[in-house]
Design a protein around this ligand. Sequence first.
Ligand SMILES: CSCCC(=O)C(=O)COP(=O)(O)O
Ligand SMILES: [Zn+2]
Length: 203
Amino acid sequence: MNVMQLRWNELADVKRELAARDWFPGTSGNLSIKVDDEFFLVTASGKDKRKETDEDFLLVSADGSAVEGFAGKPSAETLLHVEVYGKTNAGCSLHVHTVDNNVISELYGEAGEVTFTGQEIIKAFGVWEENASVTIPIIPNHADIPALAKEFSRYVSEDAGAVLIRNHGITAWGRDAFEAKKFLEAYEFLFSWHIKLLMLKGR
Ligand SMILES: CSCCC(=O)C(=O)COP(=O)(O)O
Ligand SMILES: [Zn+2]
């Protein structure tokens, strides 16, 4: 099996797991995985990502342009994945819209970031100190994708990380699919925990 097929299967596994969590409402979400320094696979635009087909992914070059021979169009948000691979050594980038990530992005959108403290799951980000904190930036949701990608790019420097897009969704990336999914799941856990806590405290 060649590298592209291996990565295709890996991304298909991640896609299946995120679909099982119902993290692709209304055709939202896009996923990518690096094949080599010149190419990555990205989800096809506008499809129901819960469905599994032979046309789920397209090969694109490092600048996001589609390679001939693949059906459909690359994700409308491919330029954000381009930023991740262009600026870091990440191997996988995952974007999902959830109610929880949208609520958190709106609650803290004006502040431009949100910090979570004293939660065991913060260890998923590799931070093991007592009472550790983790901060995620929140950027405005520009309709113009090159403008969105430029804003997003300001927060892309580490090989693993995440950015919230206000009233839109989260993009999380990591050195490989395992790490990208770990970051995504840990952030979604924190969002859900925080919202439930606020609701129970009546704030
Ligand atoms: C209906 S979701 C609007 C577009 C979007 O934000 C998204 O994540 C999916 O776009 P794609 O082109 O990747 O299908
Ligand atoms: Zn989106």
